[in-house]
Write a protein that binds this ligand. Structure first.
Ligand SMILES: Nc1ncnc2c1ncn2[C@@H]1O[C@H](COP(=O)(O)OP(=O)(O)OP(=O)(O)O)[C@@H](O)[C@H]1O
Ligand SMILES: [Mg+2]
Length: 327
């Protein structure tokens, strides 16, 4: 088997509670990502779902080296990025990019579109400044926008156009891996579909690998061949999309699906009440992190943290009492 493009091994990220600062070691920290492992093959799209606060953005930021992990490994093309110095990391930065949810926040309002698109090239000192304007118009073309947009700031354009600009900027450094952090959730439904089409098209044309973070089961089913489910910083289930949607094994995955609009089964979306807020602080000790909320919890779940195990080909779950496991 070829080396996966991205491999996370026991990745742990902790924040100083409330302060916004990052701890390498220490007390009073909030463990936002707790020992997460998965791989993404070249050209693959892995979906990442989980309720608000489960750590999806933190995981994405750690992958693109915007947040330093406390423990664990991030291997990119077989190279352990966590072992590299800032200087050694430099050549890898262009190859990993992130697109955020809200282009209004992520695009500098004082810059023109051209300045936005060429900023990553300036910062990473890529290419020849004389060629940057041409590169910027080529980037616009790749995301279906006209070159005439280069000279104005993003406020002149619609939400959908701005998100295309954000995608074009992420492409400026010719990345291999894109983290897409809810790239369509700020847009109306028809615009969401167009951006998803664009992302799928770009993936095919440029051979991109995606980590696609979303709340939208329809979007993730459209783009991702496999889905990972995050619950309070732990990966509770990972499976091929169809298998996961048809047979969720972790009680949390099933509850999450019930809470999300169901575009996926071809019905009109049904809006369901959100899951109850997770109790804080982070459940310490040897129990399953979901045990206190789980309708299927056994005594064992309060004593022993479940390890991830294989249920079916490529379908792994961290649960002592998975759904469908009775027979
Ligand atoms: N800079 C920070 N400093 C301290 N805590 C943080 C920081 N960023 C995130 N957190 C905490 O880490 C946890 C995970 O947050 P994160 O934003 O990754 O969740 P998420 O799954 O992306 O949520 P959402 O779906 O709302 O975007 C939360 O408890 C959050 O409060
Ligand atoms: Mg987020």
């Amino acid at each position: 088997m070829s080396t996966p493009l991205l491999a996370l091994q026991d990745l742990t990220v902790a924040f100083t509670a409330g302060a916004g600062g990052l701890l390498r070691r220490g007390r009073g920290s909030l463990v936002a990502i707790d020992g997460v492992s998965f791989e993404i093959g070249r050209g693959e799209c892995l979906g990442l779902i989980g309720e608000s606060g489960s750590g999806k953005t933190t995981l994405g930021r750690a992958v693109v080296q915007l947040v330093a992990p406390r423990d664990g490994r991030i291997r990119f093309g077989g190279i352990d990025l966590t072992a590299l110095s800032v200087r050694e990391l430099r050549p890898y930065r262009p190859r990993l990019q992130i697109v955020f949810q809200d282009p209004t926040e992520s695009l500098n309002p004082r810059f023109t579109v051209e300045e936005i698109l060429t900023e990553p090239l300036r910062l990473l000192r890529l290419g020849n400044p004389e060629g940057w304007r041409n590169q910027a118009s080529h980037l616009l073309d790749q995301v279906g926008l006209p070159p005439a947009m280069l000279d104005r700031p993003p406020r002149y354009y619609s939400g959908g156009q701005r998100q295309r600009v954000a995608i074009a900027r992420a492409l400026a450094t010719e990345p291999e891996l894109l983290v897409l952090d809810e790239p369509t959730s700020g847009l109306d439904v028809s615009m969401q579909a167009r951006i998803l089409n664009l992302l799928r098209d770009l993936q095919g044309r440029l051979g991109l690998t995606y980590l696609f973070i979303t709340h939208d089961l329809g979007a993730v089913s459209y783009l991702a061949r496999r889905i990972a489910v995050l619950y309070r910083g732990t990966l509770v289930e990972i499976a091929p999309t169809r298998e996961l949607v048809a047979h969720p094994a972790h009680p949390y995955t099933a509850a999450l699906f019930d809470a999300l609009p169901r575009f996926v089964r071809g019905r009109d979306p049904v809006v369901r009440p959100p899951l109850p807020a997770a109790p804080l602080p982070h459940p310490a000790g040897p129990r399953c992190p979901y045990a206190l909320r789980c309708p299927r919890a056994l005594d064992r779940c309060h004593r022993e943290r479940p390890l991830r195990r294989l249920l079916a080909p490529s379908h792994e779950v961290a649960c002592h009492n998975p759904l469908g496991g009775e027979g």
